[in-house]
Design a protein around this ligand. Sequence first.
Ligand code: 8X3
Length: 254
Amino acid sequence: MNRLQGKTAVITGATAGIGMSTAIQMADSGVDLYLTGRREEKLNQLKEDLESRYGVSVTPAAFDIQDSDACVKFVDSIDKPVDILVNNAGMAKGTDPVYSASFDDWNTMIDTNIKGLLYLSRLISAQMKERNAGHIINVGSIAGHESYPGGVVYTATKHAVKAITEATKKDLHGTKVRVSMVSPGLVETEFSEVRFSGDKEKAGSVYKGMQPLVAQDIAEIILFIANRPDHVNIMDTIVFPVDQSSSTMVHRDE
Ligand code: 8X3
């Protein structure tokens, strides 16, 4: 049963990976979309493609969610109620240990994965609370449940996403607003290329000899979470490829 037809969703980080796949699947379910990302051309392309294929309305908004003023401007520009906010934008930068990692990488991850997610949650949850309706879905990670070497700040940001999801649910306790998260393990997207600053060989080695998840696997779960009846709030879902059993336990064929 499709309960999403005619709804409106905001999806951050929609230019690639899980965000883009969620946008495609939501459009296929008849959801009007506001898509954010830094790459305007990709957003415009997605608008053209989704509007012609699915007949939904798609509004691209190219800005960086690290910029709180840009977040305010974006939310002010939305002229209808937002039913679903998918806080997907986020990234890992670098795998250096705490004693040698780059401040810039740390700031980018903290400002995007935590502060950007908070800005949009703050701005959009206010109108959801007022309407007593809506659903915030945060994209977390297995890195929000386990920390691992080389991920001191990335895992910290994803632990923060878990804390923010739970506290947001509690702040909205007593309302009909739903708050959920999904916690993927290894998903083959641009994620590893960004983590390794464009080094395709290093990025490829993350998925070598194993079958990772693909963006669509996670997008389908986001759609499932969003499509539950109004009284059902899925708090979290940890999703691994079958070849992975923890952040650091990955089975690889020789
Ligand atoms: C991405 C998954 O396992 O690289 O959040 O932390 S992992």
